[in-house]
Design a protein around this ligand. Structure first.
Ligand SMILES: Cc1cc2nc3c(=O)[nH]c(=O)nc-3n(C[C@H](O)[C@H](O)[C@H](O)COP(=O)(O)OP(=O)(O)OC[C@H]3O[C@@H](n4cnc5c(N)ncnc54)[C@H](O)[C@@H]3O)c2cc1C
Length: 509
């Protein structure tokens, strides 16, 4: 049976009487806000917004959705910027705002280093709570919104900028309401009364947790999250490389640093516009209205901000100043050999807001500085802030990075768009992030952005580099490129959510 908006009045009435007035929001301004995103695909208005206050509420909601054949779209904080935010994939679905009323830190275990959280706990919220308690624990910050949720970010396979960057991998033991209405606890949580739910990641038997990442198989109501201990000293380092063509050398130098463990967090390699665009806007006047930006205008930005065509940065966590300084000296020796890199020390970086923001998120301190990128091409007083990610993986080899850069720059330029790229470099692969910033008040530009995304996905896909995370606009297309897994997921969906009421269409399932 197709899930639709049939019986929606009866459903909304039942939600109001079952979950209470506070749980239901059908205010026109709310629906407009929840349906709006920065994506080129435009708004997708929900039928209603429901805000459960407990796991029992979620079970009741799932039950009502099954009875009335209503599609639910769960989000935690709904800050998935440039991927969809709060909007459902199809207009008319009911957004389940898990974060509005379920936002408690349920437990902080200082000794063992974990927390148990509800969906609405944000990066800023947990950071503040740990500070308030004078805790030794620290969060793994992203460069995204501090108002984003730890759980939503992890469930979408987000990445942080600290040694525990693997956000989904830092979850341990989840509570999930399935489309059948069953409440399942993963890992050791399946054992009644287990004291080890948030300690033993794989539990007993098959590991089912992964089924709930980028998924529509259940609604996650709480989870354990491992936190790291704040080290005595955190010290950042940066290098500016002058030319676009230096990217290959950077990858060759960074790979051994990551493989040997000399740098324990993703090394952030960022293009000039990705750094400068956090504070600057597109120079429409200097460019005579033409896009994309010229090399001369880019050079002017590089000079004005004392950055290179590429910026390389990370931080070292250590026991003492002497310890981290010795380690940074060794990294300098490697990076500066060859004469291309200009070293920028921690003391200088913290005086420069563009780099200070990176120092913050390398250190577990939330910052909204990078969100400044959203205004880069806005000519409509805020209404033009369009953004969408193209995210893939680049093998950690110089030749691959060079080829990827050439393909991406050419495709973006053909579409009149700028190259804003950031690589989160690991030992084997780098998360290759392309942020496509555009004026979403211009329908022609929106259409061009969608065409550009497809061209990027086709070109990199043709050499075996698939997308790793994508926006609502392209989730179906990206799943359609895969083999076998889609049909397995459809069969799992039929078992775990027989009426297809949880986020139908999410990630193309
Ligand atoms: C400039 C900029 C920088 C960014 N930097 C980063 C970065 O460094 N790392 C990064 O990962 N992201 C980054 N982002 C992307 C994004 O904004 C963050 O990932 C953000 O934390 C996601 O929002 P959220 O945490 O509120 O998740 P939500 O929007 O609440 O959730 C994300 C998705 O997870 C699923 N989901 C959420 N909650 C539930 C639930 N309870 N049950 C079932 N499914 C659920 C839904 O599919 C939802 O759409 C950046 C964005 C911008 C604009």
């Amino acid at each position: 049976m197709t899930v639709g908006a049939h019986g929606s009045d009866a459903f909304l009435g039942a939600v109001r009487s079952g979950l209470g007035d506070a749980a239901l929001d059908t205010d026109a301004a709310t629906l407009e806000r929840y349906g709006t995103s920065r994506l080129p695909g435009g708004p997708r208005g929900p039928l209603a917004v429901v805000c459960p206050a407990s796991t029992e509420d979620v079970v009741a909601l799932v039950d009502l959705a099954r009875t009335h054949r209503i599609a639910l779209w769960p989000v935690s904080a709904g800050e998935n910027i440039a991927l969809g935010e709060r909007a459902p994939i199809h207009a008319g679905q009911v957004v389940v705002d898990m974060g509005r009323r379920m936002n408690r830190v349920l437990e902080i275990d200082e000794t063992l280093g974990f927390v148990e959280i509800e969906p609405g706990v944000t990066f800023q919220g947990l950071y503040d709570e740990l500070q308030r308690r004078g805790s030794d624990l620290m969060i793994s910050t992203t460069s995204g919104p501090p108002t984003g949720s730890l759980l939503g970010n992890a469930l979408d396979k987000g990445a942080g900028h600290t040694p525990s960057f693997d956000q989904f991998g830092s979850l341990c033991g989840m509570e999930i309401v399935l489309g059948t209405g069953e409440v399942m606890r993963t890992g050791d949580g399946s054992y009644p009364g287990a004291a080890t739910w948030h300690l033993s990641r794989y539990g007993y038997g098959p590991v089912v947790d992964g089924l709930f990442a980028q998924s529509n198989l259940g609604v996650v109501t709480r989870a354990g999250l491992w936190l790291q201990k704040r080290p005595p000293v955190i010290r950042s380092f940066f290098f500016a490389f002058p030319d676009d063509g230096d990217l290959g050398e950077i990858f060759e130098k960074v790979r051994p640093l990551r493989q040997s463990g000399q740098v324990a967090m993703p090394v952030k390699v960022t293009s000039d516009l990705y750094v400068a665009g956090t504070e600057e806007s597109y120079p429409f006047d200097a460019m005579g209205g033409r896009t994309p930006i010229s090399d001369e205008a880019r050079n002017a930005l590089q000079e004005r901000h004392g950055i290179g065509a590429w910026m390389v940065g990370a931080a070292i966590y250590g026991a003492s100043e002497a310890d981290v300084n010795a380690r940074i000296d060794r990294i300098r020796a490697l990076m500066e050999a060859g004469g291309r890199a200009r070293y920028i020390p921690h003391e200088e970086a913290i005086e420069r807001p563009m780099l200070k923001a990176q120092v913050d998120f390398f250190s577990g301190v939330p910052t909204s500085h990078e969100l400044g990128l959203l205004k880069w091409r806005d000519r409509a007083g805020g209404k033009g802030r369009g953004a969408t990610w193209y995210l893939t993986t680049c093998p950690m080899r110089g030749a691959d990075a060079t080829a990827m850069q050439a393909r991406s720059r050419a495709i973006l330029a053909e579409h009149g768009l700028d190259y804003l790229a950031a690589f989160g470099c690991g030992p084997r692969g780098a998360r290759a992030l392309h942020l496509i910033i555009f004026d979403r008040s211009d329908p022609e530009e929106c259409a061009r952005v969608s065409a550009c995304y497809r061209a990027l996905s086709n070109a990199h896909g043709a050499v075996g580099l698939p997308v790793s995370r994508t926006s609502l606009d392209f989730q179906q297309e990206e799943m359609d490129r895969r083999e076998v897994v889609p049909s397995v997921l459809r069969r799992l969906k039929a078992v775990l959510d027989p009426d297809g009421i949880i986020a139908p269409g999410r990630y193309g399932v």
